[in-house]
Design a protein around this ligand. Structure first.
Ligand SMILES: Nc1ncnc2c1ncn2[C@@H]1O[C@H](COP(=O)(O)OP(=O)(O)O)[C@@H](O)[C@H]1O
Ligand SMILES: [Mg+2]
Length: 295
């Protein structure tokens, strides 16, 4: 297999606390992302997904292990070396309402990373990028507030693509969107990957969302990887109880399936027989989709 583009090896992330009480929230995480693939990281809220993404971006303290990009160690390197990587590793966040500066026009939002990196590109490049994410070129002169959540996420994706990165960390990019919009944005991300060869580290609390777009899925529980494998295998025949519980918690569009899941969850809670899976009571994430939703 080719050398991974991004490689996490035995990663611990430890946040310093008051009076020396530090907390380690990521424990020995090893992951490999190949060029052009989508690796999803799923786990319930609080399992450490965002922290791993932030560690890759140099924004969370790596206390053990290493992160390599194209074979070169990028964890705990001086800020200047980090900055050189900014063009190669981009990010799209969950909340399209707070991730775009409300006082800037879309054009300036998209140009900003190019300007910061001293990259060439102007109006023409902005038009190309808007077109590639399915927005009209007149969007350039408008403000984020004039767009819907889905359109704003398209702007955020255009900005992430501006420097032609090789990796985009997508941290719950569709979790704040309604189901129809969510599907459209996922399709867009897949199309863009085909066109550009960008690799995604796709973070989600929802196993149902990731199975359609992932090549592989890694499951995170309490800061540890509990299962990793081909997407279909992890999504449809997981080997871990925890993954099965995530499967049960994922919202499904089909009302009949929804009902079946609800019964299964109720059975799991009452300790009775569980149709379809042997979920131990309290063993998995919060089974109530409204409560476990990472909004
Ligand atoms: N800056 C921080 N300082 C201390 N603890 C943090 C910090 N950021 C996140 N955490 C803790 O790390 C754990 C994982 O959080 P996070 O990575 O946001 O989870 P997820 O994205 O899977 O919901 C949580 O217990 C959270 O409270
Ligand atoms: Mg998160």
């Amino acid at each position: 297999m080719a050398e991974p583009i991004l490689e996490l090896d035995g990663l611990d992330v430890t946040f310093p606390g008051r009076r020396g009480h530090s907390t380690t929230v990521v424990h020995g995480v090893s992951l490999r992302l190949q060029a052009g693939e989508t690796l999803s990281l799923v786990g319930e809220s609080g399992s450490g997904k965002t922290t791993i993404g932030r560690a890759i971006l140099g924004l969370a303290p790596v206390s053990r292990g290493t992160i390599r990009f194209r074979g070169k160690v990028i964890s705990n390197v001086p800020r200047r070396e980090r900055r050189a990587l900014a063009r190669d590793i981009q990010v799209v966040f969950q909340d399209p309402y707070s991730s775009l500066n409300p006082s800037m026009r879309v054009e300036d939002i998209i140009v900003e990373p190019m300007a910061a990196a001293g990259a060439a590109g102007g109006r023409q490049r902005v038009r190309e990028l808007l077109d590639s994410v399915g927005l009209p070129s007149d969007a350039a002169h408008r403000y984020p507030r004039e767009f819907s959540g889905g359109q704003r996420q398209r702007v955020a994706i255009a900005r992430a693509l501006a420097l032609d990165p090789s990796v985009i960390i997508c941290d719950e990019p569709t979790s704040a969107l309604d189901v129809t919009t969510q599907a459209k944005v996922l399709t867009l991300l897949a199309d863009l990957q085909k066109a550009t060869g960008v690799a995604y580290l796709f973070i989600s609390h929802d196993l149902g969302v990731v199975n359609s777009i992932s090549d592989r899925i890694a499951v995170l529980k309490d800061g540890r990887i509990v299962e990793v494998g081909p997407a279909r295998q992890v999504a449809f025949s997981p080997s871990e109880e925890y993954t099965r519980a995530l499967q049960m918690a994922a919202p499904v569009a089909d009302p009949a399936k929804q009902r079946q899941r609800r019964l299964a969850r109720a059975a799991a809670r009452s300790g009775g027989p569980t149709p379809g899976a042997n979920t131990e009571p309290n063993a998995g994430p919060n089974a109530d989709p409204d409560k476990s939703a990472d909004r």
